[in-house]
Structure formats: C-alpha cells, structure tokens
Design a protein around this ligand. Structure first.
Ligand code: MLT
Length: 228
C-alpha cells in the first residue's frame, strides 16, 4: 500500500489487486471533508479482488478536502473544476502506467463531491475511465464539444429524499451522459444524501455485471431504471 504525495502531488493510497488477473481497478473519490482512506472499505465491499487507487482532494474548504472549488452549495467554480479535472485525470494516467492498470479496467467510484469530479473526468477526459459508479452526483459542467462515451457503463445512485441533489438534477445528468452515448443505469434509493446498504448492494451487483461482461457491455443508449 502506498500513501505518498506521488504523481501530480496527490496524497493517495494504492492497494494492488488481490488477484493478479483481476479485471477491475477502482478509482475511489471521497466526498467533501473526506480523505484517501474514506472509501477503502467501501471499495473492498464493492469489489473484493480489485486494485484500489484513492487520491485525496487538494482543495481545502474551511480545512475540508474537496476535489474542486465551489462558490456555494451546488454552484461550482467552473474554471477551477476544469483545471482540477485535468490534474486528476493526469494523476490517474500516471498511476495507471506505474501500476500496470489498463484504462479499460478503471472504474471510478465517487461519492458526492467525488462523484461530481468523476463525472467531470468522464465528460472532459473520457479515455481515462472505463466507466463510473456515481453516488449522489450532480451535473458538474456541460462540455463543448460533447465527449464520445459510447460503450461506457455508468451507474447513477440517487436518493429520493436527497436535499442536495434534486430528482431533476439526476435526470439532467442522466440525459447528458446518454446523449454522449454512455450506457446509464439509474438506481433510486429511499434515502437522503448519505449512502445506504441498498446503494452499496446496487453498486456491487452493477459491478459484478460489469466484471462478467469483462468491460464489453452493450452499446445501448437507453437508460434503465431500477427502484428500491
Ligand atoms: C459539491 O460541492 O460537489 C456538491 O455540492 C456535493 C458536496 O460536496 O456537498
């Protein structure tokens, strides 16, 4: 396990795959106030054999780590977001090369602010990730030009009672990703902004499906919805 500043100066944890031929590496991205250790246990629960790469956000908001600056709750500093997105994408590329992780095996797992930067990486640097599990995400930005996300699986895990992310916001993000060609699944939990066991079960099942398909999921563009 490593925990140094490492490439691009991100403090991070890297845990190699338990099985050398594991098809999966998870890029773990914490919420506001989290750090590089926050989602390690979640990563283990979601994919026990996978490699885990977990960087700490470099922006401090009242001392709390985040991945990019915001002007208010849900109002993002778009210039900073773009710069930080490319910085994170460069870090992931360098760490992937160093640790021999194929980019078509790297799935981001982000919560809240981490989900928002993961969505931003998908939209601005689509080649860096094979797909993403986004817990309580918002639309980070609307890219121009649109990326080509054909064949990339994305799980949006939303909370019906989330006071921060409205159902309309989840629908906006779903539409944006589908428009770019991603294969989007929306999972609705009877929950607020925090994660529940139902979210974790849904993400685990979704990842198992991805592993079974060995990253070669269908290119369907229609979003599927499941409800708990
Ligand atoms: C964000 O700033 O990324 C979102 O508002 C989620 C949060 O961190 O509260």
């Amino acid at each position: 396990m490593s925990a140094s500043g490492g490439p691009s100066g991100f403090i991070h944890r890297f845990i190699p795959a338990k099985e050398a031929d594991s098809p999966l590496a998870l890029l773990l991205l914490h919420g506001t106030g989290g750090d590089e250790t926050d989602l390690l246990e979640l990563g283990r629960q979601l994919a026990p054999g996978a490699a885990l790469l977990s960087p700490r956000g470099k922006v401090l908001e009242n001392g709390l780590p985040r991945y990019f600056r915001r002007l208010a709750e849900g109002v993002f500093d778009l210039e900073d977001l773009r710069v930080r997105t490319h910085e994170l994408a460069d870090f992931v590329e360098t760490a992937a090369q160093r640790n021999r992780l194929a980019s078509d095996r790297i799935i981001a797992v982000g919560f809240s602010n981490g989900a928002n930067i993961a969505a931003s990486v998908l939209l601005l640097r689509p080649l860096v990730l094979a797909g993403a599990v986004l817990f309580r995400p918002m639309v980070p930005l609307v890219p121009d030009p649109m990326p080509n996300l054909h064949g990339k699986p994305v799980l949006l895990a939303a909370g019906r009672r989330d006071p921060i992310v409205s159902p309309e916001e989840t629908e906006r993000l779903r539409r944006l990703l589908v428009q770019a060609g991603a294969n989007v699944t929306v999972h609705w939990a009877q929950a607020a902004h925090g994660l529940t066991p139902a979210d974790i079960d849904a993400a685990r099942a979704w990842l198992e499906g991805w592993e079974t398909a060995s990253g070669h999921r269908g290119r369907g563009q229609d979003a599927k919805e499941r409800h708990t």
